[in-house]
Ligand binder design. Structure first.
Ligand code: PEP
Length: 250
């Protein structure tokens, strides 16, 4: 048996303006309160512009707030970028790093992702490190090799179960409505757990999230898979009414 407390995380991506986002967050906080303490941690990662405001609205930490990305440096001449320290200062307790949209849109390598994860740890945030294969890689039977490479080379120095979460997000399942079978997820998560065994001391306690087209109707089945300790949710995290049923599976 394990003591891994599930984490249900929402990634709002580039969506959200103050008024409507605030309403959704308050509705989520109300659902959490009305149902007493759910048996999981709940995280919302809004766009950086909303981190401070959302952190204020979730003041009692019924819901944790996180960033979606951070720069590897603490400060400096990096126009347009945001440091981990800045996100922490605004109220973020977590930071997603290495999301496939960043790896693809911004050419982030494993080394870059690792540096960002290390910045998140330095700022006393929990790093949510994303890994996942493309459809081509899966079809070429390279999934486990790709995942090994990403886990080994994106994991921050000093990673522990307390400061690092891994999210397995097959690229082809993100925003597509397609999901791997529970068996496919089980195989990859067992593989990640085993890789972590040679990289850290408390690998048994690291939370491994599944992400990619998680919604209310498939969450229960996916969350029941061995070594799945929560979800990273994109589209279905934008509305409290869609996100709550996923939270409620924990
Ligand atoms: C994501 O981007 O992390 C994600 C899993 O998106 P979606 O749930 O919309 O597939």
């Amino acid at each position: 048996s394990n003591q891994r407390r599930p984490l249900i995380a929402g990634n709002w991506k580039m969506n959200g303006l103050a008024k409507s986002a605030g309403n959704e967050l308050l509705e989520l906080v109300k659902l959490v309160r009305d149902h007493k303490a759910p048996n999981c941690d709940i995280l919302i990662c809004p766009p950086a512009t909303l981190v401070r405001e959302m952190a204020k609205l979730a003041e009692d930490n019924a819901v944790d707030i996180g960033g979606q990305d951070c720069h590897a440096a603490e400060n400096g001449a990096h126009t347009g970028d945001i440091s981990a320290e800045m996100l922490k200062d605004a109220g973020a307790g977590y930071c997603i790093v290495g999301h496939s949209e960043r790896r693809a849109d911004h050419g982030e390598t494993n080394a870059a992702v690792k540096a960002k994860a290390e910045a998140a740890l330095r700022a006393n945030m929990i790093a949510v490190v994303c890994v996942g294969e493309t459809l081509d890689e899966r079809e070429a039977d390279k999934t486990l090799d790709v995942i090994s490479d990403q886990v080994k080379n994106s994991l921050p120095e000093g990673a522990t179960a307390a400061n690092t979460v891994i999210a397995y997000e097959p690229v082809w399942a993100i925003g597509t409505g397609k999901t791997p079978t529970p068996l496919d997820v089980a195989v990859v998560h067992a593989h990640i757990r085993s890789e972590l065994g040679s990289l850290m001391n408390d690998s048994d306690q690291v939370r491994l999230l599944y992400g990619g087209s998680v919604k209310g109707s498939n969450a229960e089945e996916l969350m029941a898979v061995e070594n799945v300790d929560g979800a990273l949710v994109g589209g279905a995290s934008l509305k409290a009414a869609d996100f709550w049923p996923i939270v409620a599976t924990s």
